[in-house]
Design a protein around this ligand. Structure first.
Ligand code: HEM
Length: 262
């Protein structure tokens, strides 16, 4: 089954636009309930009044035509938008090509980056400085970091800043992902060491006063889990090839920061 994107283009008379949008808001309840619908979006043209594009992603063409159209949610959907059927200029299914991706803007406009939310470079420098101070004294981790460079905390802070949406300084100045991955090769990091690294970093986050809101901590821990498991993979016997991948850019994902309205 291949997901498909349906585009429906409308041209609506100026006097009808408000009613049209209201009708779609009602029809959308049926889309939201339909298991065949992945997501939908109705957009109004900025340049030409009265033009609209409805984009619906369906789990497959068959699911749309056989499942949704013959299913329990269609009658409510259709009765809401029936008056506008004659205003349709195009209604077709498209298959996405390999040209797909996300741009440089990590989150919705106006959302602070995770880097800004946590206090920027100063907060990260403090976090890694205190963290590696603990690492040096930790019985499980100290042996792994016996040869650690004094600049290491600053370099990891630069890496984390870039991951969390801050300046791309690690890529510009330290060789980006390939350099970081290479630094872990052959170190044979054990699960016990990885877990201690995670726990100690979370404890240090409390100690240095990083924000404690659920959204930030969820996304912070999520990256640290992923990152440490990647470090273990790179450190092991069957390490993946070190490719020219970009430094990952973590976004708020499921847990955008809570901000008061207005
Ligand atoms: C999210 C998880 C991790 C991140 C973001 C991270 C980040 C980094 C970076 C950026 C470097 C290279 C610094 C540079 O020279 O530019 C590095 C090196 C290193 N990492 Fe990690 N690391 C992670 C997990 C781990 C874990 C779990 C261990 C071991 C328990 C580990 C052990 C090391 C060691 C020993 C080095 C070399 C340090 C030195 O010789 O100066 N890392 N790490």
């Amino acid at each position: 089954m291949t997901a498909t994107v349906e585009y429906v283009r409308y041209r609506i008379a100026p006097d009808d636009q408000e009613a049209f949008e209201r009708a779609y808001a009602e029809a959308a309840e049926a889309l939201a309930a339909a298991p065949e619908c992945i997501d939908y979006e109705l957009s109004r043209c900025r340049e030409e009044a009265g033009r609209y594009v409805l984009r619906i992603r369906w789990t497959s063409v068959e699911d749309h035509l056989q499942g949704f159209r013959k299913g329990e949610h269609f009658p409510a959907f259709f009765s809401a938008i029936r008056p506008y059927v004659t205003a349709i200029e195009e209604m077709q299914h498209y298959v996405t090509t390999d040209v797909v991706g996300t741009g440089g803007a990590p989150d919705a406009p106006g959302t602070p980056t995770i880097h800004a939310w946590m206090g920027g470079d100063a907060a990260l420098d403090r976090l890694t400085e205190v963290f590696y101070g603990h690492v040096r004294k930790d019985p499980v981790l100290a042996p792994v970091f016996a040869g650690m460079d004094d600049e290491h905390p600053r370099h990891v802070a630069m890496w984390l800043a870039e991951v969390f949406g801050g300046p791309r300084a690690y890529t510009a100045e330290r060789g980006g992902h390939p350099h970081m991955a290479t630094r872990h090769l052959g170190r044979r990091i054990t699960e016990e060491q990885r877990r201690r690294w995670v726990d100690l970093l979370q404890d240090t986050a409390d100690e240095v006063g990083l924000p404690t809101d659920p959204e930030f901590r969820a996304v912070f821990l999520s990256y640290v889990e992923w990152g440490t498991r990647m470090a273990v993979l790179y450190s092991g016997e069957d390490a993946p090839p070190v490719d020219a991948a970009d430094v990952p850019r973590w976004t708020w994902g499921q847990t955008p920061p809570w901000q008061p309205n207005g």
